[in-house]
Design a protein around this ligand. Structure first.
Ligand SMILES: Cc1cc2nc3c(=O)[nH]c(=O)nc-3n(C[C@H](O)[C@H](O)[C@H](O)COP(=O)(O)OP(=O)(O)OC[C@H]3O[C@@H](n4cnc5c(N)ncnc54)[C@H](O)[C@@H]3O)c2cc1C
Length: 441
């Protein structure tokens, strides 16, 4: 039987760490969460990574399991498709799911984190400690050294299991990297991102309930809605190109030629001010394996599989880690020897697949969406999906609106590509035969 007296230390009270605390607290485990930042519910909004995120099926499923889906969706805005801003001045809507009208949801990162921290704190068996940083860990003995950044004190904490949900630059993972046979690779892409904003005063000029995209081939801009009527705009572009925009004049010239409608939406003065107020951020993709050490330590979320943000799956995938961990704890009656081993086995290929898919989707969003061949394929996918909803699920739908394993989503796509190629060859041969037969007659 599952031993509920087990203790777990979670490093990181971000999205995945806070959700994981809720999952494990439900089981009666004793949870201590250490978060390096101050409690975000008590401090002013911090600028940093994306202000809002796209929540989709995998994330919703995890939230539902801990009873938080409804609460989160109350504060979220449905986005039923992409709204393309093409040059010179053409708008076109591309729904995500014409068959069943499923949508993704724009949700504030801070609000989501607040909901999760508050929900975790409501359990008597959860302690949240802020301004506390993991500085060292002894994986063999299941202990870690935590530094309180306010008092500068360090304490040694011990638990049956240590979970690293401490993000892409995970300290716990860096300890695992020292172990033999730990595989690790990281890629910084040459493109970075910068966040801008369309104020709530101008927000009404945007067509609602869409994820807006300005696809420009080598780069793109996107915008997601916020609950107060404003929109968070993110410009993704080569870092070298960012560097070339050194002053007001270059910036406005660049926007006039590439995103002319965005100048009015953001406002000329706001655009200049926002653009030069902080440098662009980098984007990293990380693959590693295994995610556990014996029955003592596990990494989840970005600590295990940071990805570029173009599929909107980083958080969703991290939330799915929590669902999987929970399922495995049930399956193996809480025996961490099996749970952790199986977690690594089950998650590896899927995590690698979604990291690759996220890279691919940048090309799709910034470039392919404007190509007639892409639109034709999308139309064909829609027809086949409506005819065979169980057998022909388009890639985007399987990733965003199902729990099909990411590896299966990729395999399905390859199989669909094969079937389309074979059908085209068949049709060409048929056409040729008709021409040959009719000329012979
Ligand atoms: C521009 C952008 C847009 C994105 N959009 C989406 C989207 O639309 N949909 C989506 O699903 N995903 C999106 N993502 C990805 C998503 O942000 C991440 O996948 C998600 O935040 C991962 O959550 P996490 O809790 O694993 O890591 P994090 O959010 O990084 O949280 C880690 C936490 O650990 C704390 N921490 C770090 N080190 C220590 C330490 N040594 N000791 C104690 N605490 C520590 C940090 O302070 C932080 O609170 C986007 C990412 C970016 C960059």
């Amino acid at each position: 039987m599952c031993d509920n007296n087990k203790s777990v230390i979670i490093i990181g009270g971000g999205l995945v760490g806070a959700l994981c605390a809720c999952f494990l607290a439900k089981r009666g485990y004793h949870i201590e969460v250490y978060e390096v930042r101050e409690d975000l519910r008590k401090c002013k909004l911090q600028r940093g990574r994306s202000i809002n995120l796209a929540l989709s099926h995998r994330g919703r499923r995890a939230l539902r399991t801990v009873g938080l889906e409804e609460e989160v969706l109350k504060h979220a805005i449905p986005m039923k498709g992409r709204l393309l801003h093409n040059l010179p001045h053409e708008l076109s809507s591309v729904p995500y799911d014409e068959q069943t009208n499923q949508c993704i949801y724009s949700v504030s990162r801070n609000l989501l984190n607040e909901v999760l921290l508050t929900a975790a704190e409501e359990y008597d068996n959860v302690t949240l400690t802020f301004s506390c940083k993991l500085v060292d860990a002894n994986l063999k003995e299941g202990s870690c050294v935590i530094q309180n950044l306010k008092t500068n004190e360090t304490i040694k904490a011990k638990a049956d299991l240590i979970i690293g949900a401490d993000g892409a630059y995970s300290k716990l993972r860096s300890q695992m990297q020292k172990l033999p046979l730990f595989q690790y690779s990281q890629t910084y892409i040459e493109h970075g991102y910068l966040e801008l904003s369309i104020s709530s005063k101008n927000g009404h000029m945007m067509i609602p309930n869409h994820l807006h995209i300005w696809p420009r081939g080598e780069f793109m801009m996107i915008a997601l809605p916020n609950k107060d009527g404003s929109w968070t705009v993110t410009l993704f572009m080569a870092l070298t190109r960012f560097k070339m925009l050194t002053g007001r004049e270059e910036l406005l010239k660049f926007f006039e030629s590439t995103f002319p409608d965005a100048i009015e939406l953001i406002g000329e003065e706001d655009l200049v001010e926002q653009f030069f107020s902080s440098p662009p951020s980098h984007l990293i993709s990380i693959k590693c394996y295994p995610y556990h050490f014996e029955n003592r330590a596990l990494i989840i979320g970005d600590a295990a599989h940071a990805m570029v943000p173009f599929y909107g799956q980083g958080m969703n995938c991290g939330f799915q880690d929590c669902t999987l961990l929970d399922q495995l704890i049930s399956q193996f009656d809480g025996n961490f020897d099996y749970v952790l081993q199986e977690f690594s086995e089950r998650r590896k290929d899927d995590a690698f697949a979604i990291c690759d898919l996220a890279m691919y989707n940048y090309k799709e969003m910034r470039d392919l969406v404007t190509k007639p061949s892409f639109r034709l394929r999308k139309a064909l996918d829609n027809v086949l999906y409506s005819l065979f909803p169980k057998y022909w699920i388009p890639l985007y739908n399987s990733v965003s609106f199902s729990e099909i394993r990411y590896t299966e989503c990729l395999k399905n796509r390859e199989m669909q590509n094969w079937m389309i190629t074979l059908s085209l060859i068949f049709l060409m041969l048929m056409g040729l035969s008709i021409i040959v037969i009719s000329s012979w007659k």
